[in-house]
Design a protein around this ligand. Sequence first.
Ligand SMILES: *Cc1c(COP(=O)(O)O)cnc(C)c1O
Length: 375
Amino acid sequence: MSARYSGLIERYRDRLPVTPSTRIVSLCEGNTPLIKLENIARKRGRGCEIYVKFEGLNPTGSFKDRGMTMAVTQAVSEGAQAIICASTGNTSASAAAYAARAGIRCFVLIPEGKIALGKLAQAMIQGSVVIQIKGNFDDGMRIVKEMADVAPVTIVNSINPYRLQGQKTAAFEIVDALGRAPDYHCIPVGNAGNISAYWTGFSEYAGVKPATAACAWCDDQCKFERPAVTDSRPVMLGYQAAGSAPFIAGHPIELPETVATAIRIGNPQSWDLAWAAARESGGEFKSMTDEEILKIQRELAEQEGIFCEPASAIALGGALRDIESGRIKEGSVVTCTLTGHGLKDPDTAIKQSAGGVIEIPAESDAVKRAILDHL
Ligand SMILES: *Cc1c(COP(=O)(O)O)cnc(C)c1O
């Protein structure tokens, strides 16, 4: 085997639904860093080790690539000529990239107006057919499900079970990097596929089959019955934006609103899987206001140099709040998924850094004064 990293399917091949002859569609996704927080942890960590899994460093800038390499590999192996998805942005960016790589068509349905600029740019330049609907993500999801029956297109939203199979590898990487499972895992929740995928991955590595498993296939040996890699599983803590929190309301939300557009979803498709993960792990769901989300996004950038998108920041915001309240025990090992890169949504970052640019004449005295004022 060559030492060159060539993507998560190769790395975790024996735990994924591929055969030796499968043509793998990959952009070397996965293998993202697990970064230990220093400054924020020292101030607010109460003895906890806090790590962020920076999924913004995937090829298209979000964790969606983990699921997309698997979903597009499978679609191509079944002879698909086209894929389709509804998207708040990152799924379309990822689907477009993997379709380009595979040489197949990609259709993306995006909600009018509410898509971050970077994500739209990706879908457009990567050659997908971008269809903007006068509706939100949930409308797009409903329509996409109808299209699978009337047109030769494979759905690559997270209702496609291969997506979750690819995404579960992030949990493997965390355990591999720490040499153990974390005590708590904190994660944003939109359509609720990712929390379900992580729970599947953590469970598989612990050699435990979850009550409701996100299984894509079963061959002669159930993957959950392999020897355990680790002897424990984390408590799963999921966070939704306050204006878009169906799991807190207990029912779907008609008109979800939040600055964290990646989780602006009122009717999560993996509802049951996500609740099973929370229940089985002793975890729960909580919400956070847009104001809190933006505050933690800025703190993470200012104090650790890590720039994630607003939807991602909610995981760390939730973790810190739960550490402060004692929900997360002192001295725990806590991991947070930073789902997407901050550059995806430059508008929001610039807006909330208003006044951050000093305007002066092009003269050395003026620059000197500006430096001395800010030392
Ligand atoms: C897709 C996405 C989420 C939500 O993940 P789900 O699996 O839909 O719960 C969160 N953050 C970012 C950046 C995303 O792209």
